[in-house]
Design a protein around this ligand. Sequence first.
Ligand code: PLP
Ligand SMILES: N[C@@H](CCOP(=O)(O)O)C(=O)O
Length: 464
Amino acid sequence: MRYISTRGEAAPRDFEAVLLAGLAEDGGLFVPAAWPEFSAAEWRGLRGLPYAELAARIIHPFIGDSLSFETLRTMTQRAYAGFGHPAVAPLVQTDTNTFALELFHGPTLAFKDMAMQLLGLLFDHVLEKRRERVTIVGATSGDTGSAAIEACRDRTAIDIVILHPEGRTSDVQRRQMTTVPAENVRNIAVQGSFDDCQDLVKAMFADVPFRAEMRLSAVNSINWARVAAQIPYYAYAALALGAPDREVAFSVPTGNFGNVLAAWAARRMGLPIPRLIVGANRNDILARFLASNDMTAREVEPSLSPSMDIQVSSNFERLLFELLGRDARATAETMRRFRAEGRMPVPDAAWQQATALFQGFALDDQGTLAEIGRLHRQSGYLADPHTAIGSAAAKALAPAGLPVVVAATAHPAKFPDAVERATGIRPPLPPRLADLYEREERFTVLPNDLGSIEAAVRAHARRN
Ligand SMILES: Cc1ncc(COP(=O)(O)O)c(C=O)c1O
Ligand SMILES: N[C@@H](CCOP(=O)(O)O)C(=O)O
């Protein structure tokens, strides 16, 4: 499979090169040069497969001949073997036509594990084959960081530096990142927002000599491999509910737009998904865009769903590229103006096309608590604040008569304070994390300054 950049100035690459590169050197994001598609008969043939087998069948076309199907299947089997539920991503019915797709049974209790556990193995395989090392730099608003650290810890060919916004994650999220005693892991608390962290990561990639010197790589969903590994669970849920012979809608709590983009990709591969509902907290740029073509970035405000405290949704660029008819020049110009002016000028025809499929919904903290309480009272289901936003969005916007699947993106125990406020129940951490609050934390606080961050990354990579 060949990949091209959304901004058209980077040379096309194969999957391995895209995995290692993360971000294209023109600042764009890699996308498949052509989308793999399955026929209805092929989708039917995938029904009922165990998750690891299904994942390998869906991801392999995105990789191509550089990795055999059997090797990939061995990796998916390993990646999901340690998950806390035998179905890996179980579907739980919460209402007549509503289902929660639980994506939080991996080691760090968030949906990021679904992709990251596989990415760790893919990095190992490719780096060993090429006898190379990489320095992974990542930005997190709470969950990507710990999932990436868990997937990459103690790897000899990988150093990893994770930037999180100081004081803006939940305590559980921060401790999951900062208490991992692995030599190759470094945590930095940036004095800023998640958007600042993500900008710093992109700026490191844009610093060509630094990028080459450090052999930078990415684990955020700017890396195409992350998105590819998130597609199978949408197929898993849709097939379980009758696709391709029945339509299924999805409601996805959204921040960086990577998770819902994977749902879009599942549709692009041929699944009958007529509606994608995008849930947001008070950082509602995507909901505003879908309601009125207003993509204006504001200050990021802290909320009870910190992983979605994002204004600049990186993966929107991949959708924009498609909405603009894969016109890389127009995509690059639109992104340039967004950066310069803080407002993205999306042509009306492209916006109309987006709104034919996507609908946006925003909920403040009070509404989030109310939805956690309502869900628990009415169905006994305990949702974390992010999942609750997806659930409220589904309730408000699901098309009548269609099953709607809410992406349950984090375990409620990651946000015990909010869940307790809403239900009176404090969800316990699983036994393997029970001593999280006794573990020693290791992180450095640094200003939102590229020079300081690059110096810290360099020092970490050269520590031996
Ligand atoms: C629990 C949780 N829900 C939702 C999201 C939003 O997902 P995305 O950034 O892919 O839109 C995140 C962060 O990515 C998250 O950690
Ligand atoms: N919500 C994320 C933010 C980063 O998103 P990613 O999917 O691009 O890695 C987080 O929890 O860190």
